[in-house]
Design a protein around this ligand. Structure first.
Ligand SMILES: [Zn+2]
Length: 408
């Protein structure tokens, strides 16, 4: 197969080693063979080895990761109001989800959302599913990563039933190349405490954590809206104060193969605890803004060395599944954090079990994108990708897109 060579005013190489600034090559090039990267580097060096390239007026970069979404909730777009905090949102969500809908509508919404994610440059996902109904549309669209099969239930009887249902769904789910399935607890306020620990101890998993101050109130004092919910579900016995915060309650179970999603209501001690666990915190700022009206403490998490990724959450709380649009919000609201620091959050394939995604490494098939410059001359290509391309949700051009069959 003849190598394909593309050159551009800027080539971004993707995630760098911890603490290092990711490389931006001015007048760079990438050589590809099929889906695989042969080389990425200065244009002169790449063209000397592989021949003259096609010149693109674009920023070339590795494909992106949406580390937290719920594809199966795509048909709920615009159907749940926010702004009153998480407990209120959950009440509205449960009522809206209970409305009868044709199955075909939900299936079609998943297919369309998966296509939207492709246009948004996404190659790998950390998808959360209760039914595993998202596995087939994600696999068909060629995504790799992890589907976190989520269970909840605050009483022993309810969580046992949820686990039995999860086992049945898993047994009925056809294998999907490139996607692994990981059983996961929903959150501290929704999952029986002992089971929550067991699920995290079992291996890779994801948990919604510290999204709203109501979780702290439940864990620290056994009061508040979630405590009332516990009582109404017949789980009042679980209401003894358990830890000083939601993070403190689960920290002993968290490990580097876990995702802690949201982490908005975290204090200094929580941030230090999270850093010690090595778990990746997935930021979903547009969803947080919509539901709880706050953003996570990004600067503190970065300063503590907490591994970070970015997700969109579902269309029930976020207007699109573009992770770059979430980074654009952070860039706008937290101008002290450079785009070169934020963009690598969308290259964290490691966090979702897709380590080949997020870097232009020779031999790998990460998916390669071009973000057309349309004549713009940019001095900071990271800022162009986040603040112009991402904020406006412009569609990427794929220079190489791995097919699911090609993935390990
Ligand atoms: Zn979520």
């Amino acid at each position: 197969m003849t190598p394909r060579v593309y050159s551009a005013p800027w080539v971004l190489a993707g995630r760098a080693a911890a603490g290092a600034t990711p490389a931006a090559l001015r007048d760079g090039a990438v050589a590809l063979e099929g889906d695989r990267v042969l080389a990425a580097g200065p244009r002169a060096a790449v063209e000397e080895r592989f021949g003259a390239g096609e010149r693109l007026d674009a920023v070339i970069l590795p494909a992106l990761v949406n580390a937290h979404l719920h594809l199966e909730l795509s048909h709920m777009a615009g159907r749940v109001a926010g702004g009153e905090g998480l407990p209120a949102w959950i009440h509205l969500f449960i009522s809206a989800r209970a409305l009868p809908r044709p199955e075909e509508e939900a299936a079609q919404a998943m297919i369309m959302s998966a296509e939207d994610m492709v246009r948004a440059g996404v190659a790998a996902v950390g998808d959360v599913s209760n039914t595993l109904g998202s596995v087939a549309p994600l696999a068909a669209a060629g995504f790799s990563g992890t589907v976190y099969q989520e269970v909840f239930g605050v009483t022993p009887a309810r969580i046992e039933a949820a686990l039995a249902g999860a086992r049945a769904a898993r047994a009925a789910c056809p294998p999907a190349p490139g996607l692994r399935i990981a059983l996961s607890p929903h959150a501290v306020y929704s999952t029986h405490g002992a089971t929550l620990g067991q699920l995290l101890a079992a291996g890779p998993a994801s948990i919604h954590l510290a999204e709203d101050p109501a979780e702290r109130a439940l864990c620290a004092t056994g009061t508040g809206d979630f405590a009332r919910m516990f009582s109404s579900l017949g789980a009042a016995r679980s209401l003894r104060p358990r830890a000083r915060s939601a993070v403190a309650f689960v920290a002993e179970h968290l490990a580097p193969h876990h995702l802690a999603v949201h982490c908005v209501d975290v204090d200094e001690d929580d941030v230090a605890l999270l850093a010690r666990t090595g778990a990746t915190v997935v930021l979903c700022p547009r969803s947080n803004r919509f539901i709880v009206g706050k953003l996570p403490p990004v600067a503190a998490l970065l300063a503590a060395g907490v591994p970070l990724a970015v997700g969109t959450d579902s269309l029930a709380s976020c207007p699109s599944l573009s992770p770059l649009a979430d980074l654009a919000l952070l860039r706008r609201e937290l101008p002290g954090i450079p785009a070169a620091t934020l963009l690598p959050l969308a290259w964290n394939g490691l966090a979702v079990g897709a380590p080949h995604v997020g870097a232009l490494a020779p031999g790998a098939a990460p998916g390669v994108l071009a973000a057309p410059l349309e004549g713009a001359r940019v001095e900071d290509p990271f800022d162009f990708v986040v603040s112009a391309f991402g904020a406006e949700e412009r569609p990427f051009t794929w220079l190489a897109r791995p097919r699911a069959e090609a993935l390990a």
